[in-house]
Design a protein around this ligand. Structure first.
Ligand SMILES: [Fe+2]
Length: 452
């Protein structure tokens, strides 16, 4: 090689450096370098995000040519990697600032890393109680093991690699899994021939791991670890967020379970109270449950809110709870009642009200129970309230109660036919009973929603 050519090469190198300084985008940069290299009959090839410099006339290249080619290749590749890398880092930082959810962010990290680390598959996992849970993974679909990854829990007691990384807090490099003495072979991952595991440390604690697999031995280089390092603080924050999110999710699930248990227990207690009353008044056994069923159907037909339906269900289950304070001999009297006994019976809404208003969580149903014998023309008891003065829920229970009582057998009379009970409601619609409630009831009955 003559000196002239060496000078030419040096000029090209300095012009490439200038191009690097003025870099705006990859396409223009490569195009300009192509032009520079043409002068020395060299060409650029791009493969897998890497450039290769070569000549059409390979035989004519001497040692110095090859050295030049090597320098240019290394320099340009390193420069481009740096560019990719800083772009990547910026993009990911922006993703975090934009508060994308943690899973999306981790997916984006793995996707971008694919461009700078040639992996077959990769994953980011959260470490909890000495085991790894995979939050994000990529590339495993090629081997049909996505579901396996989704459910897989890697325990440090079973996996030497994980144990080592946890103890040393340093990356672990498995160049060839066939030669690695403590590599655990499982059928789903036996295609992994080389492996790289990097701990994600946040505030001196390992929060998780980012791992890369390759289906060929020696698939990773030491430099690959360097490429991931600047991303680790970002991954640390992401995993910390994921951990907090998991904790919140768990707490919420526990709360929901506790609330459901509480609700179940609450209804069991309401039913117990309902059963106690009916035990005292066996002639009306099952009456309150049937009234509750009918009331809820009417309430739904009238479009009541869920909260009101709940209050309606509880108040109808307990509407006669005041009978607990009425002497059994009056309640269970098989013949008709005298006026004094009737007055006694008629105080059961007040007794019920006084019992229920003391229970904070159902104090809202006490006024409904109090009013369930009021009638819209003021002929009811205990107060003789009229029309709008009566709560809708109480009017609903009033209709359901009358209909259920009329169509049930009593020791002093037999059950009335349904037609007769309907007739009683229709005839007194607008005087005793709220017209809308009666209409909603009749519609539900006609459409077969009320089953007796
Ligand atoms: Fe009653």
């Amino acid at each position: 090689m003559n000196e002239e050519k060496i000078l030419e090469y040096l000029k090209i190198i300095s012009k490439i450096k200038e191009e690097e300084k003025n870099f705006e985008n990859v396409e223009d940069f490569i195009f300009n370098i192509q032009n520079l290299l043409k002068k020395v009959s060299l060409k650029i090839f791009i493969e897998k995000n890497k450039i290769t410099v070569s000549s059409e006339n390979l035989e004519n290249l001497d040692k110095k040519d090859n050295l030049f080619i090597h320098i240019i290749t290394e320099d340009v590749n390193q420069f481009l990697e740096g560019k990719n890398y800083s772009n990547l880092f910026n993009e990911l930082t922006i993703s975090l600032i934009e508060q994308k959810n943690v899973e999306d962010l981790l997916d984006a990290i793995l996707e971008k890393l694919e461009k700078i680390i040639p992996y077959t598959s990769a994953n980011i996992a959260l470490l909890e109680n000495d085991a790894l849970y995979y939050l994000s993974f990529r590339g495993y679909e090629k081997y049909g093991v996505e579901d396996f990854m989704r459910n897989f829990k890697m325990d440090k007691r079973e996996f030497y690699t994980l144990k080592t990384v946890m103890e040393t807090q340093k990356p672990l490099f498995v160049e060839n899994t066939d030669e690695y003495p403590n590599w655990v072979i499982i059928p789903e991952t036996q295609w992994i021939k080389s492996h790289l595991m990097i701990p994600i440390i946040y505030e001196n604690k390992i929060l998780g791991l980012i791992s890369f697999d390759s289906d060929t031995p020696y698939g990773f280089k030491e430099e690959d670890i360097e490429k991931v390092y600047p991303l680790l603080p970002l991954l640390g924050i992401a995993l910390e967020n994921a951990k907090l999110y998991e904790k919140l999710k768990k707490e919420l699930e526990e709360r929901i379970i506790a609330e459901e248990k509480y609700k179940r227990s609450f209804y069991q207690i309401v039913k117990l109270a309902s059963d106690i009353v009916e035990m005292k008044d066996p002639y009306t056994s099952g009456h309150q449950k049937r009234v509750a069923r009918i009331s809820v159907i009417i309430g739904k037909e009238l479009g009541l809110s869920q909260e009101k339906i709940r209050a309606l269900a509880i108040s109808s289950l307990l509407h006669d709870i005041g009978k607990i304070g009425i002497p059994s001999e009056i309640l269970n009297k098989p013949s008709s009642l005298n006026p004094l006994e009737r007055r006694f019976i008629n105080i059961h809404p007040e007794i019920g009200y006084n019992l229920l208003r003391k229970i904070e969580i159902i104090s809202d149903i006490a006024p409904i129970v109090y009013q369930h014998h009021e009638r819209i023309n003021g002929s009811g008891y205990p107060k003789g309230l009229k029309g709008e003065e009566i709560l809708l829920e109480a009017k609903i229970i009033g209709v359901a109660d009358v209909f259920e009582a009329m169509t049930s057998h009593r020791p002093y009379r037999s059950a009335l036919p349904i037609d007769m009970a309907i007739k009683e409601l229709v005839e007194n619609k607008g005087t005793l009973y709220d017209p809308d409630v009666v209409d909603a009831f009749l519609k539900s009955l006609k459409e077969g929603r009320i089953i007796l």
